[in-house]
Design a protein around this ligand. Structure first.
Ligand code: UTP
Length: 290
C-alpha cells in the first residue's frame, strides 16, 4: 500500500441538531473556539501532518465554511487601509493554508455516506478522514502520530481513546488484540453499544487513515443505527477483509459537536492564551466559590 497520505476528507455536512438554534444559519463547524472556527483547528492539524489537499463534505447552507478558507478581498483591503498588518497576515494565512475541494452531500445519510461522497476526489490512494467537530490538542498532532504508525504497518489506522464504561453508548467501540504499546489489531466494531454489549472501553474517535478499498464497501453498506449509513459498519467489513489497526493517540480530545465538549474546548484553549489566562482563572475561581 502507498505509504504517504496526501488527502484528508473532512465530513461537515451533518445537521448539528445538538446545537440548535445556534446552527440554523451558521454551520456548526464555524462556531468559534475562542476566536478560531472549530474546523480551522482541524485543517491546521491536517496541514501540520503533511496533508496537501482537504476534501470538504458540505451540505446546503454550509457555504460559509468554504468562504472562510477563501480570499476575502474586501476585508483585506480594509485591513490594509487601516494599517492592521498583523490581522491582515492572520486573515491571509487562513486562505493560503491548504488546497481545498468542496463536495456536496445532498442528504444527511450518515457519516459512511459522507465519506463515500469523496470517492472520486480521493481516487485510488489511502487517505485521512477527520471529523469536522472533533478537536485533538497534541504535539505531535494526532494525525501525524497516526501517519507514523501507518508507515510501519500494512493496513488502515483509526484513532482510539479509552472511555468510561458509562459512555460506551456514545461511541463506536472496538474489540481487538494488542500488538504494540498503543496499537491494536481490530477484530470487531460495534456502534454505540450499551456497557453490557461493549467488547472493550476503546472508543473510535474522529480520525481515520483508510485504504481506498473502503469505498466499494461503503457503497454496499446498508443503513444501520439511526437509519444512517454508518462508517463503523463499513470499517467492520473492512476489518474482515484487510488488516485494520487502532492507535491510542496521546493528547487531549474535545468533542466540539457536544455542548459540554464545546465549552471545555473553549476553556482549555483560552487558558493557553497568556493575555487571557489571568482574568479567566480569576473569574472561574469566583464562580466556583459562589
Ligand atoms: P454527528 O454525529 O455529530 O452528527 O456527525 P451531526 O448532524 O453533525 O450533529 P448532531 O448529532 O445532529 O448534533 C459527526 C460528523 O459527521 C458529519 C458531521 O458534519 C460531523 O462532522 N456528518 C454526519 C456528515 O458529514 N454527514 C452526515 O450525514 C452525518
Amino acid at each position: 500500500m502507498q505509504s504517504t497520505i496526501r488527502k484528508a476528507v473532512i465530513p461537515a455536512a451533518g445537521v448539528g441538531t445538538r446545537f440548535l438554534p445556534a446552527v440554523k444559519a451558521i454551520p456548526k463547524e464555524l462556531l468559534p473556539i475562542v476566536d478560531k472556527p472549530t474546523i480551522q483547528y482541524i485543517v491546521e492539524e491536517a496541514v501540520a501532518s503533511g496533508i496537501e489537499q482537504v476534501i470538504l463534505i458540505t451540505s446546503r447552507g454550509k457555504g460559509a465554511i468554504e468562504d472562510h478558507f477563501d480570499i476575502s478581498f474586501e476585508l483585506e483591503e480594509i485591513l490594509k487601509w487601516q494599517k492592521k498588518e498583523d490581522l491582515l497576515r492572520l486573515v491571509q494565512e487562513v486562505s493560503s493554508m491548504v488546497r481545498m475541494t468542496a463536495i456536496r452531500q445532498k442528504e444527511p445519510k450518515g457519516l459512511g455516506h459522507a465519506v463515500l461522497c469523496a470517492r472520486e476526489a480521493v481516487g485510488d490512494e489511502p487517505f485521512a478522514v477527520m471529523l469536522g467537530d472533533d478537536i485533538v490538542d497534541s504535539d505531535p498532532p494526532c494525525l501525524a502520530q497516526m501517519v507514523e504508525v501507518f508507515r510501519q504497518i500494512d493496513g488502515g489506522v483509526i484513532a482510539l481513546q479509552r472511555v468510561p464504561e458509562s459512555k460506551t453508548h456514545l461511541y463506536g467501540i472496538i474489540s481487538g488484540e494488542k500488538v504494540g504499546e498503543r496499537t491494536y489489531r481490530i477484530t470487531g466494531l460495534v456502534e454505540k453499544p450499551t456497557p453490557e454489549q461493549a467488547p472493550s472501553s476503546l472508543a473510535v474517535i474522529g480520525r481515520y487513515l483508510l485504504p481506498p478499498e473502503i469505498f466499494p464497501i461503503l457503497e454496499h453498506t446498508l443503513p444501520g443505527k439511526g437509519g444512517e449509513i454508518q462508517l463503523t459498519d463499513g470499517l467492520q467489513a473492512l476489518a474482515n477483509s484487510m488488516p485494520l489497526y487502532g492507535y491510542e493517540f496521546t493528547g487531549d480530545r474535545y468533542d466540539a459537536g457536544d455542548k459540554v465538549g464545546y465549552l471545555e474546548a473553549n476553556i482549555a484553549f483560552a487558558l493557553k492564551r497568556p493575555q487571557m489566562v489571568e482574568r479567566l482563572r480569576a473569574f472561574m475561581e469566583k464562580i466556583i466559590r459562589a
